[in-house]
Design a protein around this ligand. Structure first.
Ligand code: PEP
Ligand code: MG
Length: 316
C-alpha cells in the first residue's frame, strides 16, 4: 500500500473538486530534509530548531546555531523553508533554563526569549546567513500578543540591517488561546499564520502536553475547531495564508476538517506525506466544508469523528 501511495508523489495535492492544498513537511534533521524532497513536498512548513540544544549549558551562539542549521538548510536549497525560532518550554527544557528554578518550570518560552534579546538576535543573524540559498521564512512560536510580534520583528530587522540583507517574511504560530483572541490583529501584522494544533488543543481543552489523552485526534473537539475557524477567517480577511503544522494535520479524522475550514496548507512529518497527499486527492472540498460546518455545532470529539467517518473517509 505504501508503494502505491508513493506513486502519486508527482501528482498535485488537490481535492477532487480542484482545491489545492499546499503540502509541506515538519523537519529537524538533514535526513528529514532529504525525505521531504524525495516525497515531493512543497518545502518545509516547520523546521524545529531547539532540539540540538536541549542539553546545552548556555544560550546557543550564532556559530552554534549555524553548525546545527547549515546541514539541514543545505539539503533544502531553493525550497520554501519555514524556520521556527527556539521554542523552549516545559516539555523541551535545556539545563541552562531549568537549573536554579525551584519548580524546574519555565512555562512558555517566548517571553523568555524576548527577555534575552541578544540570544534571540544571535539566532536571527545565523538564520539570515545560513538560509540565504533557500526561500526562507521565519516563524515565531507561542505568540500571545501583537506587542510580542513587534518586538520579534524589530530584532529581525536590526539583524537584517546589520548584515545588509533583506528581512524574510515573518510569521507566527497560533497555539495559545490568547493568540486566537487577537487573531485579527496578528493576521494584519504577520506575513503568515501556522496553527500549532499540538499545543492549541491542549491549551483549549486544559490537557498537559504529556497527558496520553492529548492525541492529535482531539483537535476534532468542536471547541478546537471553532478556534481554528476563527483563525482562518482572520487570516483570510487580511489575505494571509494559514497552515496547520501540528500532528492533527496528518490525522485521517482531522485532515478533512482542516481542509473544510479553509486551511491553505498542511505541514506533516515526512513519513506521512504520501498518505496525506493521497487522502487530499480523494476528498471533495465541498463535502469537507459542509462536514466541518456541521462539526462546529456538535458537542464532543466522538460525535465529530463519527461524522467524519460517515462523510469524509475515502479508502486509500
Ligand atoms: C504544535 O504545538 O502543534 C507544534 C507544531 O509545535 P511543537 O509540537 O513543537 O510544540
Ligand atoms: Mg507548539
Amino acid at each position: 500500500r505504501r508503494l502505491a501511495l508513493a506513486e502519486e508523489r508527482h501528482l498535485p495535492a488537490e481535492t477532487l473538486d480542484h482545491r489545492p492544498v499546499v503540502l509541506r513537511a515538519n523537519v529537524a534533521t538533514p535526513a528529514d530534509a532529504r525525505a521531504t524532497l524525495t516525497a515531493g513536498a512543497d518545502g518545509v512548513g516547520l523546521l524545529r530548531t531547539e532540539l540540538p540544544f536541549l542539553n546545552h549549558r548556555a544560550w546557543p551562539t550564532r556559530d552554534q546555531h549555524a553548525a546545527a542549521l547549515v546541514p539541514v538548510l543545505r539539503a533544502l536549497t531553493g525550497q520554501v523553508v519555514t524556520v521556527r525560532t527556539l521554542d523552549f518550554a516545559d516539555d523541551k527544557l535545556p539545563p541552562f533554563l531549568s537549573t536554579g528554578r525551584e519548580d524546574g518550570r519555565i512555562g512558555r518560552g517566548l517571553p523568555l526569549m524576548l527577555a534575552q534579546p541578544d540570544a534571540f538576535a544571535e539566532q536571527f543573524r545565523s538564520l539570515l546567513t545560513a538560509g540565504a540559498e533557500t526561500d526562507l521564512r521565519i516563524m515565531i512560536p507561542m505568540v500571545a500578543s501583537v506587542d510580542e510580534l513587534h518586538a520579534c520583528r524589530e530584532l529581525l530587522q536590526s539583524a537584517a540591517a546589520e548584515l545588509a540583507v533583506p528581512a524574510p517574511p515573518l510569521g507566527i504560530m497560533v497555539e495559545l488561546p490568547e493568540a486566537v483572541a487577537v487573531a485579527d490583529d496578528l493576521a494584519r501584522e504577520a506575513s503568515f499564520l501556522s496553527i500549532g494544533s499540538n499545543d492549541l488543543t491542549c491549551q483549549i481543552l486544559g490537557l498537559d502536553r504529556r497527558d496520553p489523552a492529548a492525541t492529535p485526534a482531539m483537535a476534532a473537539h468542536p471547541a478546537v475547531l471553532d478556534a481554528i475557524s476563527q483563525v482562518v477567517t482572520a487570516a483570510h480577511r487580511h489575505h494571509r495564508q494559514v497552515s496547520v503544522c501540528g500532528d492533527a494535520a496528518a490525522h485521517p479524522l482531522v485532515t478533512p476538517l482542516l481542509i473544510g475550514l479553509g486551511c491553505d496548507s498542511l505541514s506533516v512529518a515526512p513519513a506521512a506525506l504520501d498518505e496525506v497527499r493521497a487522502r487530499v486527492r480523494r476528498l471533495r472540498h465541498d463535502t469537507c466544508a459542509s462536514t466541518a460546518a456541521a462539526a462546529l455545532a456538535l458537542q464532543t470529539p466522538e460525535d465529530v469523528w463519527q461524522l467524519v467517518r460517515q462523510h469524509c473517509q475515502p479508502s486509500l
